[in-house]
Design a protein around this ligand. Structure first.
Ligand code: PMP
Length: 306
């Protein structure tokens, strides 16, 4: 099936969306991106983008930090996304990857005085982490980049070297995922997920100043947990050893969705099985993203004509 991309201001075959080896972003990591999911609802024969406007708002914030000016407004970014998805015509879950990047073909590391551009592609995408059974995680030997190193408030391509170092270390040592500590030794987040834990019926997550990406799934879960499950929630620093004594731990993100953590640094989380609160949150999340909960349908953008 033909697959399309938005590249240099127009729709092209995905195969033809190519940058030069001299492109600044390729040399220096000077790009920022988003990962957006679209969920296929078989009953409604509809593909729903989840919180697409929030993703583009974050991406415009990332661009601002990187001194990239968007030629497209937020509405136009959404329109381009819909156009590519409609052209691709997928009838399964899809992952959308838009990027702003420094497109100048130039040597010299800087942010100012360079041309920039926008590109987008989309591919079918299943689970990123196991969502059926709990995963095994380790605390990474790599510290997380901080706000004064490479800010995580912006989803910057270059900062994902830090994530890749941690993920490969974990994977090659037999774990599913890495958990980062901040430079000052508090829990930050997973390599591509925000982290939650449950202790004595309270839902706890790291605050934004723990050098985390301001996750859209994280915000979604905090809202659903409060409004639907009536759970007390706390955003506060988490110590490494609090992970070891938590009743439940789970990781959340667009890719990861809601994934239970069953073991951290060889200590079982709770009894090692998926905890009841994690299970309730995961079920509710999947219902919401698929468009089965009317109250939250405003978070969804249908791709095909209704
Ligand atoms: N943290 C990092 C480092 C990530 O890459 C992601 C995935 N975008 C997340 C957290 C989760 O963010 P979101 O829920 O907005 O996808």
């Amino acid at each position: 099936m033909a697959r399309y991309a938005y590249f240099e201001g127009r729709v092209v075959d995905l195969e033809d969306a190519r940058i030069s080896v001299m492109t600044h972003a390729f040399n220096y990591g000077t790009a920022c991106f988003e990962g957006i999911r679209a969920y296929w609802n078989e009953e409604r024969r509809q593909l729903y983008l989840f919180r697409v406007r929030e993703h583009y708002q974050r991406m415009l914030n990332s661009a601002k930090i990187l001194r990239i000016r968007s030629a497209l407004t937020l509405d136009q970014l959404v329109e381009v996304t819909l156009e590519i998805l409609r052209r691709n015509g997928d009838r399964e879950d899809v992952y959308v990857r838009p990027l702003f990047y420094k497109s100048e073909r130039a040597i010299g590391v800087r942010l100012h005085g360079l041309s920039d551009d926008f590109t987008l592609f989309a591919v079918p995408f299943g689970p990123y982490l196991d969502v059926e059974k709990p995963i095994r995680a380790r605390v990474s030997s790599w510290r997380h980049v901080g706000d004064n190193v490479i800010p995580m408030r912006a989803k910057i391509s270059g900062s994902y070297v830090n994530a890749a170092l941690a993920k490969s270390e974990a994977a090659e040592d037999g774990y599913d995922e890495a958990i980062f500590l901040t430079e000052d030794g508090h829990v930050s987040e997973g390599s591509a997920e925000n982290l939650f834990l449950v202790r004595n019926g309270r839902l706890i997550t790291t605050p934004v100043y723990a050098d985390i990406l301001e996750g859209i799934t994280r915000a979604t879960i905090l809202q659903l947990a409060t409004e639907q499950l009536h759970l007390p929630v706390e955003e506060r620093p988490i110590d490494r050893t609090e992970l070891y004594v938590a009743d439940e731990v789970f990781l959340v993100g667009t890719g990861a969705q809601v994934s239970a953590v069953g073991e951290i640094d060889h200590r079982p989380v709770g009894d090692g099985a998926m905890g009841p609160i994690t299970r309730r949150i995961q079920r509710l999340y999947f219902e919401v993203v698929k468009g089965n909960v009317p109250e939250y349908r405003h978070w969804l953008t249908p791709v095909y004509q209704e």
